[in-house]
Design a protein around this ligand. Structure first.
Ligand code: TRP
Length: 534
């Protein structure tokens, strides 16, 4: 087996956007559209190529807008609506709000201890923005720390890639420098000298706590605003993703033509015309060549060319706009999506923070080696959540198939909320009302305080893992596909038709799902969470 198939590295992707209110076409073409493509990218076998985390950076909004926070929530909801309308899918990507995941703030604090002031002062956006936003007092600690907070946002997920536009490259660069500095101070060391009396050591590159992420440069086409300058909220020259077609037409009718064709009988040059740039980005080839020729021959007036550009924009944005109108009717559903996402992202961020606290020397209890957790069961540390199954203790020693059947039946009639009507499809597969397939499997805690399971690597929309512990408590985890799909499909790819063995282990009060050849997945948050079945 090659190194690569043994460690199918999930390529983790993370990016964020400030809650600036309704997003405009520049945000869409320069970031969001690309995020949707990353989310939907698959390998030949259909497995997703990336594990995507996208978030709304509301702490970052405070760095410049701390004096008036009255629109922060509304802006956050607006951005979330645009995310979903554009095609970000909470079943495929983890979508969340930065301030719902306090690990960002915690890592920011720890990184601030090791960050030289001069590094922050020399970030180009620091002086630029202070100049540009003169009406605000940005001589604050928080504003200087903007790029450091961004570094924490990124590093707390240990991602492989950060898709951003050119304007954010400097921020990812400082993130890499900070990761390097952190690793120098705190990542494990190894001896480098062959001379046994020498104690020279260096950071062990195989055990870096904060790996350096790479920029995935978003090809950001230059998108002009209606005055011909770069489209930007601060210039007031935007067309919104959600603008009604009539508004788009009206805005476009007033778009700059670069000061040409004056009078209209003169020919123009589409290559130096903002409207020409819009055609390049939005129009079909026939429309593009028709307007191009019409401009250069002075055969059509600018008004017609602008109207046709508006039509092209409206055509491309139609679905997005309709999706948004629908979503706007149920904002609660959108907040739920974000809440759900923050649970998943918190679990991932906490995994990093455990290592970070330990490395920095803050953690009081040594971190168990979670991939080989073999600590003897210790009743005093037992987690007292879970359902009391002591009345059914007789199941414990039954022959495995019978025990599984009995535990499953107990679970169905006593634990699964009554409004969820699961239909049994086969021995271990149940189907929800929305036709989602659930693999229901049970296990008894073994002498190593682990639960062993087996499954065929089929596509189930969720796993119901029923872990029965030695205190006769049943811990029920409803794990959605998004949490396990990457290692699951990676295993499936390399072990066609084999049965997969996997484990749940318990460390302190966390439960970890250990799929083969993958890092453990913290499933604690999924205990008793039946929402995905409803
Ligand atoms: N600074 C980014 C912007 O203005 C937003 C952002 C905050 C971000 N944290 C991030 C982007 C982390 C990528 C990764 O667009």
């Amino acid at each position: 087996m090659s190194e690569e198939t043994r460690h199918p590295a999930p390529r983790r992707v993370l990016s964020g956007m400030r809650p600036t209110g309704k997003l405009h076409l520049g945000n869409y073409m320069g970031a969001l559209k690309n995020w949707v493509e990353l989310q939907n990218a698959t390998n030949e076998d259909g497995a997703p190529k990336y594990e995507c985390y996208f978030f709304i950076a509301d702490y970052h909004a405070l760095t410049t807008d701390y004096a008036d926070t009255s629109r922060l929530q509304e802006s956050t909801l607006d951005v979330a609506l645009d995310f979903l309308a554009a095609g970000l899918d909470p079943d495929k990507s983890t979508l969340f709000v930065q301030s719902d995941v306090p690990q960002h703030a915690e890592l920011h604090l720890l990184l601030s201890m090791i960050t030289p002031l001069s590094w922050l002062e020399r970030v180009p956006t620091y002086k630029d923005q202070q100049e540009q936003l003169k009406q605000k007092d940005l001589n604050t600690y928080g504003f200087l720390g903007y790029p450091l907070l961004q570094s924490a946002d990124i590093l707390v997920y240990q991602p492989d890639f950060v898709p951003v536009g050119q304007d954010q490259v400097a921020h990812v660069e400082i993130t890499r420098e900070i990761a390097r500095r952190f690793n120098q101070f705190y990542s494990p060391k190894r001896l480098v000298s062959t001379d046994p009396t020498s104690l020279a050591e260096e950071t062990d590159p195989t055990k870096l706590i904060l790996p350096e992420p790479e920029v995935l440069l978003t090809p950001s086409p230059k998108l002009p605003g209606i005055d011909g300058r770069k489209m930007s909220k601060s210039y007031g020259n935007t067309i919104l993703m959600s603008d009604h077609p009539a508004i788009v037409s009206e805005k476009m009718s007033g778009m700059s033509n670069g000061g040409q064709r004056n009078p209209q009988s003169e020919p123009g040059n589409p290559d130096i015309c903002p409207v020409g740039e819009m055609h390049i980005l939005f129009s079909a080839p026939q429309v593009r060549s028709f307007t191009r020729k019409g401009c250069m021959d002075a055969a059509i007036p600018c008004s017609q060319c602008k109207w046709m550009a508006a039509e092209s924009i409206n055509l491309q944005m139609h679905d997005v706009r309709v999706n948004r109108e629908q979503l706007e009717r149920s904002p609660d559903r959108v907040w739920e999506v974000l809440e759900d996402g923050s649970k998943r992202s918190s679990a991932r961020a906490e995994q990093t923070m455990k290592e970070v606290r330990q490395a920095v020397g803050l953690s009081r209890r040594p971190l168990a080696d979670i991939s080989r957790l073999k600590r003897a069961y210790n009743a005093s540390e037992a987690n007292h959540e879970g359902h009391d199954l002591s009345a059914e203790a007789a199941f414990w020693d039954q022959e495995p198939a019978l025990r599984a059947k009995n535990v499953r039946e107990y679970w169905l009639s006593n634990i699964v909320p009554s409004e969820i009507r699961l239909k049994q499809d086969s021995d271990r597969v149940f189907v929800t009302r929305k036709n989602k397939r659930v693999y229901v499997t049970t296990s008894r805690e073994n002498l190593d305080s682990r639960w062993g399971f087996e499954s065929k690597t089929k596509s189930y929309e969720m796993l119901a893992l029923l872990c029965w512990d030695k205190e006769f408590r049943l811990h029920d985890f409803i794990v959605p596909l998004i949490a396990y799909q990457i290692p699951w499909f990676a295993y499936k790819k390399t072990h066609k038709n084999e049965v997969m063995i996997f484990w749940v282990t318990r460390t302190d009060s966390r439960f970890l799902l250990e799929l083969p050849e993958a890092s453990p997945i913290d499933i604690t948050e999924y205990r008793g969470q039946y929402k995905p079945m409803s």
